[in-house]
Design a protein around this ligand. Structure first.
Ligand SMILES: [Zn+2]
Length: 901
């Protein structure tokens, strides 16, 4: 699954989270060490499933015949079912004539159905026939509907499924846990004028009257229930051959021309993965199916042979798609396709090891993007991912990559930054340790050895050690079984015989427990690389101190290439030397060094000046991703300086003087043949310079807005959101109303979503309130409203939180169940307002069990930490700005119409 970008979700009603774990009396004969909700008395092998959706009334009927083995005598079978009604349940022993009827009882809390029989079932093969009905949801759980305007502007509805982590049970009564792999035969009855899509190609299709047809799909390979997929709608499809298979993109009819980039990416990536994994893609076709709408939980899902992706991450719409969106199409495709092997062919045995799926797919996507598009800066993205992970991993509320998951809610919460970004970062470090060739051989060994089966984390390390990566497993365990971030402190440095000699001291980096972790740090064996102008040296830290000797006597840089997962604290002379060398570092090291310094300064390990000195060294002409990061860092410092107009003016002046010329150099509009990294940077320059009140940018934004209201083609699609953002942020009631009218009149789902989100991004609190009220009406549409609330929360976290808490039942209808526990926390976790803590905690304890509150707890510690450090960061930043005036005018009062106060 690919998560949505930026902050995640919200939630509100009481979520009684079904526990997976059964009492200890339920002996387990398959793998007793695996958690399970279902007593291991029966193993399913094959599901023959027929589903008839009734799209207009949001219900469906189903019949399923499950071939299973009873593996120990029992009087009952327990399987998963959620929101399903059974009309009959019959069990037949294979070879017998008669059937026995089961007495059915449901446990809605546990999401199970128990089938009881009068006499004990003996071991052997059985067929279980269940007739049932279920609900079609309006958020992405189970079978769900997405409504949109079709090519003729008429209301239309398509149906899709989304089952990970635990929602196949809303579609079919099943043993809905990843290690109960089985084969599936799906048959659907759908309108004759619709296209039905599933994991496998259709085997046959025939009309059955009343405007319906029956479509039977080919049998799937053995796979986990969460990977089953079905969609039906007024679809188009484009396809082409690749590596002996067919790759295709399915979309709402009329959008075919927007799918070329995605189709090309599929065709390009498939042979590359066949080669990398060493086992060819096993299904006859691979589709990627576009859904009009969005989720607050995910953007795409790796159903085997039928990936599902929300339109914004799959289709390229010239009216609204930016360069970042285009690159996201490729990256999402690469991520979901990696899952076709890592996740689908070989699946984690239990959610504790979810990171195997997600960390790997994220790592593979960056590697693949870097391979095919070396000019996109995916190497820098990889450092950004590591920084996001290390930030969360430095709070008390973090958890190990391999974590204990015992409830459905915990499984949903496991889709987090530690699982994805830390997982990806640790894999990159281990690949660096093993070397890319040995690493790939290990991956091939792992895939071929466990194909169609389930694994745990240790199986991957075993493959790596088997193919020659000696010592990898012990390092890997240190980073996957314990939480946190190592801190490497560089001692005094001496140049001896053309080599830099020093001692590294290893402790633990922490944002909120600096004293405690200094006194009793966790311990890792860290593969540390260092360079000093000559060849890089690698050492494995062991114990508290490790001596190293590095070729060359230039500035000492730890972690060159930035694949290491640790922070580095330099003494003042080394920090100064590194600062002088900063402009000559490559983009990856500039980005990593700058973010390392910022994290240490913000946490109080060193003065803010150390980080600001580096930020100020990022020149105009640098790599776009480094420039973007520097601007966002300044922007966040600016946020923290509210009330200090002089310091804010100094930052604004610095931005305008430093980065204004870059925007003028690359141009206000896209240019043919420009570097992708410039195209990527342009929207950030527009938004940030606009926010800092750069007169040229603000004037142009106002001009373009007026022109766009008359002619919707007046702003190129790739910079439309950025320009409108400048206006929306500073909106007056008049401009807000005009933007609202434009949003209402927009048909395309992706553009429509973007415009409604902009309505929530205004600095004016009264307009923010209007956006919240608008979100609660049917007008935006069921999958747009939650995003509007998030958008308001960026400027007005307190307002958004109060609003959501007082409308919790209605807001819950706007979010998929898998995302609810994160939504509220996500609204305020970036805030530094301590007044929010009490409200958040009260909501958390009223809504979730203590074990299911991770996102709330995480938001609380972050807000508390920001509030505690705010004064120090403000005063040190203000002092630095005073000491480093850019020009004589830098400290003069603001003269422009930017933000104030
Ligand atoms: Zn994924």
């Amino acid at each position: 699954m690919k998560r949505i970008i930026s902050l995640l979700l919200a939630s509100s009603a009481f979520l009684a989270s079904p526990a997976f774990t059964q009492p200890a009396t339920q002996a387990d004969t398959v793998d007793p060490s695996l958690p399970t909700q279902l007593p291991r008395t029966a193993i399913p092998h094959h599901y023959a499933l027929t589903v008839t959706p009734h799209a207009s009334r949001l219900t469906f009927d189903g019949r399923v015949a499950i071939d299973l083995d009873v593996i120990k005598p029992t009087r009952e079978l327990v399987l998963n079912a959620a929101d399903l009604k059974f009309t009959s349940a019959l069990l037949t022993r294979v070879g017998d004539r008669g059937s026995v009827t089961a007495l059915v009882s449901f446990d809605p809390g546990a999401q199970t159905a128990t089938l009881s029989f009068q006499r004990a079932l003996t071991q052997g093969a059985y067929r279980l026939d269940i007739a049932y009905s279920g609900k079609i949801n309006t958020q992405a759980n189970g079978l769900f509907a997405l409504d949109y305007k079709n090519a003729e502007g008429k209301d239309a509805r398509s149906l899709f499924t989304q089952f990970e982590a635990a929602d196949a049970r809303r579609f079919v009564p099943s043993w809905d846990e990843p290690d109960y792999k089985a084969r599936f035969d799906l048959t659907v009855r759908v309108p004759t004028n619709q296209m039905a899509v599933s994991n496998m190609p259709a085997a046959e299709s025939w009309p059955i009257g009343a405007g319906l047809k029956e479509v039977r799909f080919q049998t799937t390979p053995t796979m986990s229930s969460y990977l089953l997929f079905f969609a039906t709608g007024d679809f188009g499809r484009i396809a082409k051959p690749s590596a002996g298979k067919e790759v295709g993109v399915v979309m709402s009819r009329g959008n075919e021309s927007k799918a070329g980039l995605a189709l090309d990416a599929e065709a390009q990536i498939l042979p590359y993965y066949n080669e990398y994994f060493g086992t060819p893609y096993p299904l006859p076709k691979l589709d990627n199916v576009a859904g009009p709408g969005q989720s607050q939980f995910f953007s795409a899902m790796e159903n085997w042979g039928a990936i599902f992706t929300f339109e914004r991450s799959l289709l390229v719409d010239p009216a609204i798609t930016s360069e970042a969106d285009r690159q996201r199409v490729f990256g999402t495709e690469a991520h979901e396709m990696a899952h076709q092997w890592f996740g689908d062919l070989v699946t984690m045995a239990w959610w504790d090891d979810l990171w195997l799926n997600e960390g790997f797919a994220s790592w593979m996507a960056d590697k693949t993007t870097e391979h095919f598009h070396p000019d996109w800066g995916a190497d820098v993205d990889h450092v950004a991912a590591r920084e996001a992970a290390m930030n969360l991993d430095s709070f008390t509320t973090t958890h190990p990559i391999v974590q204990q998951v015992r409830t459905v809610e915990q499984a949903n919460q496991a889709f987090d930054t530690i699982t994805y970004e830390k997982g990806e970062s640790v894999l990159a470090m281990l690949e660096g340790f093993a070397g890319p060739d040995t690493w790939r051989t290990g991956i091939r060994d792992y895939i071929v050895r466990h194909a169609y089966q389930n694994t745990r984390t240790e199986d991957l390390w075993a493959s790596m050690e088997r193919v020659g990566a000696a010592g990898l497993a012990t390092i890997a365990r240190d980073f996957t079984n314990q939480p946190g971030v190592p801190l490497i402190t560089v001692g005094s440095v001496q140049c001896v015989g053309g080599r830099m000699v020093t001692t590294l001291t290893q402790t633990q980096f922490s944002n909120d427990r600096r004293q405690e972790t200094a006194a009793s740090p966790l311990s890792w064996r860290v593969p540390v690389r260092a360079s000093a102008g000559g060849a890089a040296t690698q050492a494995i830290t062991a114990g508290r101190t490790t001596p190293i000797s590095v070729e060359g006597c230039g500035p000492l840089l730890l972690n060159p290439g930035q694949t290491g997962y640790y922070r580095t604290l330099y003494a003042a002379p080394q920090a100064a030397a590194l600062r002088s060398a900063f402009p000559s570092l490559g983009p990856v090291d500039q980005y990593g060094t700058m973010q390392n310094a910022m994290a240490l300064s913000r946490a109080g390990y060193q003065p803010m000046a150390r980080a600001l000195d580096l930020l100020a060294e990022v020149p105009t002409g640098d790599n776009g991703k480094v420039v973007e990061r520097a601007m966002l860092d300044w922007s966040s410092l600016y946020d923290g300086l509210d009330g200090d107009d002089g310091s804010r003016a100094a930052i604004a002046e610095r931005m305008e003087q430093t980065y204004g010329p870059r925007l003028r150099a690359i141009g206000l509009s896209p240019r043919a043949g420009e570097a992708p990294i410039d195209a990527l940077l342009r929207p950030t320059l527009i938004e940030q310079l606009g926010r800092f009140g750069d007169p040229a940018v603000v004037t142009e934004a106002n001009r373009l807005f007026a022109a766009w209201l008359k002619d919707r083609n007046a702003i190129p699609g790739s910079v439309k959101t950025a320009w409108l953002q400048v206006t929306a942020r500073n909106a007056t009631p008049t401009t807000w109303d005009a933007l609202h009218a434009a949003a209402r009149a927009t048909g395309g789902q992706v553009e429509r979503t973007a415009l409604y989100n902009l309505l929530g991004s205004t600095r004016d609190e009264a307009l923010g309130r209007r956006a919240l009220e608008l979100a609660m009406t049917p007008e935006p549409g069921k999958t747009i409203s939650a995003g509007m609330i998030r958008s308001v929360a960026v400027q007005h976290p307190s307002l958004a939180l109060d609003f959501v808490l007082s409308h919790s039942a209605a807001v819950n209808q706007l979010i998929d169940t898998s995302g609810r526990s994160r939504f509220v926390a996500g609204l305020v976790e970036a805030s530094d307002d301590p007044a929010l803590i009490g409200k958040l905690q009260a909501y958390g304890s009223a809504t979730f069990r203590a074990t299911d509150r991770k996102p709330i707890d995480r938001a609380v510690v972050q807000i508390r930490w920001r509030a505690a450090n705010r004064g120090r960061i403000r005063s040190e930043t203000a002092a630095w700005l005073k000491a480093h005036p850019l020009t004589a005018t830098a400290l003069s009062p603001r003269r422009r119409g930017g933000e104030r106060g």
